[in-house]
Design a binder for this molecule. Structure first.
Ligand code: FES
Length: 258
């Protein structure tokens, strides 16, 4: 590697290069704090009248879960320390932690390695991702498969939520749940691993027209992956907060049909 130019200044950049890492630290920290509190609250995750289930509790698999909210059975004891969605949350966390975009974001903002282009690394040495523990980042593709299954589960939750005491129903909560699921699919499909699974290793695109076309769509989404990463943090928190607010009866759901 070539040595850094011999200049006394820490960096010659005069723009606000620190702004993006700072915003990232604030945004990610706030989201993680909110999600942690919600996951261990163990209440206000289900709206009985409309069958709204927050994604933070899906699928609800502890024996503390309300039976109506447990669409896939109950397998774990309801100890406080066990999240009600204990089967899915670890995989979602690892999917996001190993995501190529989030890696860039937290390496720059939390780890300062480096915080920005042409700004020195916050650490004396750089080990890269070729040895433990960061070599584990290479397992991202496998977490993508789990995330795709979890997106299917979230889709099922959104379908079941077209419910009311009269049978079929449709309200603002459905729009929020649906919007969240669409954005989750967009984020999941725009994953770099997904793009490689769809179109990688093909030597001749013309011999694989279907995969080539799919690869084109995924590539279009892929360049928006960063935006989708942030949008889905927003839609997840909004969906959870809305379900909590209706469940706790702070607000009532705006109903369009039944
Ligand atoms: S690269 Fe971000 S989810 Fe796969």
């Amino acid at each position: 590697m070539r040595a850094r130019a011999a200049i006394a200044a820490k960096t010659l950049r005069t723009d606000r290069w620190w702004f993006a890492p700072l915003i990232t630290v604030i945004g990610l920290s706030a989201w993680v704090a909110y999600a942690t509190v919600r996951v261990f609250m163990h209440k206000w995750y289900w709206v009985e009248d409309y069958h709204y289930l927050t994604p933070f509790y899906s699928p609800c698999v502890t024996d503390r879960c309300l039976p109506e909210a447990s669409h896939f059975g109950q397998y774990l004891p309801g100890w406080w320390i066990i999240p009600d969605a204990a089967f899915t949350l670890p995989f979602l966390l690892l999917f996001r932690l190993t995501c190529y975009y989030y890696r860039k974001a937290y390496y720059r903002s939390f780890w300062l390695s480096p915080p920005a282009c042409a700004v020195p690394d916050g650490h004396a040495s750089y080990g890269g991702e070729t040895r433990f523990p960061l070599i584990v980042q290479n397992s991202h593709r496998y977490f993508f498969y789990f995330a795709a299954i979890i997106s299917l589960i979230n889709t099922w939750d959104a379908i079941l939520a077209f419910h009311s005491p009269e049978g079929f129903g449709f309200g603002l909560g459905n729009l929020i749940l649906l919007g969240n699921v669409i954005m989750l699919w967009a984020y999941t499909i725009s994953c770099h691993s997904c793009r490689h699974i769809i179109g990688g290793r093909l030597k001749t695109f013309s011999k694989h027209p279907v995969r080539y076309r799919a690869w084109g769509y995924v590539s279009w989404l892929n360049v928006r992956h960063m935006q989708l990463a942030w949008i889905t943090l927003g839609t997840l928190a909004l969906t959870d907060f809305y379900v909590m607010a209706v469940s706790a009866e702070w607000i009532s759901d705006l109903r369009f049909i039944n």
